[in-house]
Design a protein around this ligand. Structure first.
Ligand SMILES: Nc1nc2c(c(=O)[nH]1)N[C@H]1C(S)=C(S)[C@@H](COP(=O)(O)O)O[C@H]1N2
Ligand SMILES: [Mo]
Length: 317
């Protein structure tokens, strides 16, 4: 299934959220769960409790107002748990995020498999409030908690042959029922050029709104590249590989004419099926949010435009 066009997103999907949130509140109450079990209804697996994270503010944050938390956690793309925006919040409770480890391998002197605790040890977590622009022309402002991807990459000492970095999500159809479908090739794959991966804006996020990530947002660790379309931000990462060749990516395999390797936010290059000049900012103001103009590199041009000097961004989209 392709990423849907913005006008295919029915207002009912958004109104449904209210009902849905009420339902979840019920499910969360022990009384309801016990009652549901007694009458043989499926009981939602208990999600990992959000834990507070100690973090410091970052000068790289936007001053724009963050999108309300209940919208960030109930309007998601995470095809491993279904293709509707509400599916991940409903279904991602089946993902077991502890213990978790990430293999860092390929063109590097010290390949290693790190537990999440190893990765976090000695890291100063930062609050990074970033704009998030989905290729479907909606956007949010998300207060992530994380640290630069470069910190982890440097630990394994990449060699001179490391021109690109490839990422993979967990593959386990038992925990991720969407992987039984052929909506995408699994595991979900993404990639960055080495200079993009080492850029100080490129973040490994482990939390949002000051707490550990909800499963639907990519727990326990996910990528955030704020000047690129949201699908570059691969969730629930288990593998990072340095390589000489440009990595394959799940969306490029699904529709090469629609989703390129770079996928920098670019209002001057429309998606073949819709304009990228504007976006629907999901905010606290109204049910559907506010239409605003899309900025080149999602407004991060001062920091990243130089990475692409001399490239034809119509061709290398
Ligand atoms: N593994 C995996 N990562 C993924 C996706 C996915 O389907 N699977 N969807 C992507 C898309 S299209 C977007 S817009 C962002 C959404 O992140 P959010 O739900 O935290 O806002 O996750 C990206 N990362
Ligand atoms: Mo997206």
């Amino acid at each position: 299934m392709l990423i849907r066009r913005p006008h295919d997103i029915k207002p009912s999907e958004i109104t449904d959220r209210k009902l849905y949130i009420n339902r979840r509140t019920l499910i969360a109450s022990a009384g309801f769960a016990a009652g549901a079990a007694a009458v043989g209804l499926p009981v939602q697996p208990r999600e990992a409790r959000a834990a507070p994270l100690a973090s410091v503010p970052s000068p790289l944050s936007t001053a724009e107002a963050p999108t309300p938390k209940n919208k960030i956690t109930t309007y998601n793309n995470f095809y491993e748990f279904g293709t509707d925006k509400g599916d991940p919040a409903e279904n991602a409770g089946s993902l077991k995020t502890s213990p978790w480890s990430v293999a860092v391998e390929g063109e590097c002197a010290k390949p290693a498999t790190y537990t999440l605790e190893d990765i976090m040890k000695g890291e100063t977590l930062e609050d990074r409030v970033y704009r998030h622009r989905c290729v479907e022309a909606w956007s949010m402002v998300i207060p992530w908690v994380g640290f630069p991807l470069a910190n982890l990459l440097k630990r394994v000492e990449p060699t001179g042959n490391a021109k690109y970095v490839a990422f993979e999500t967990l593959y386990d159809p038992k925990q991720m029922p969407g992987q039984r479908s052929s909506d995408l090739t699994w595991p979900y794959m993404e990639g960055l050029r080495m200079d993009e991966a080492m850029h100080p804006l490129t973040l490994l996020a482990v939390g949002l709104y000051g707490e550990t990530l909800p499963n639907q947002d990519g727990a326990p660790i996910r990528l955030v590249v704020p000047w690129k379309y949201g699908f570059k931000g691969i969730k629930s990462i288990v593998k990072i590989r340095f390589q000489a060749e440009q990595p394959k990516t799940a969306w490029n395999i699904a529709a090469p004419g629609e989703y390129g390797f770079y996928s920098n936010v670019n209002p001057n290059r429309d998606h073949p099926r819709w304009t990228q000049k504007k976006e629907r900012r999901i905010d606290g103001n109204s049910r559907l949010g506010t239409m605003i103009e899309t900025a080149m590199f999602n407004g991060y041009g001062d920091q990243v435009a130089s990475l692409y000097s001399g490239m034809d961004l119509q061709k290398d989209f």
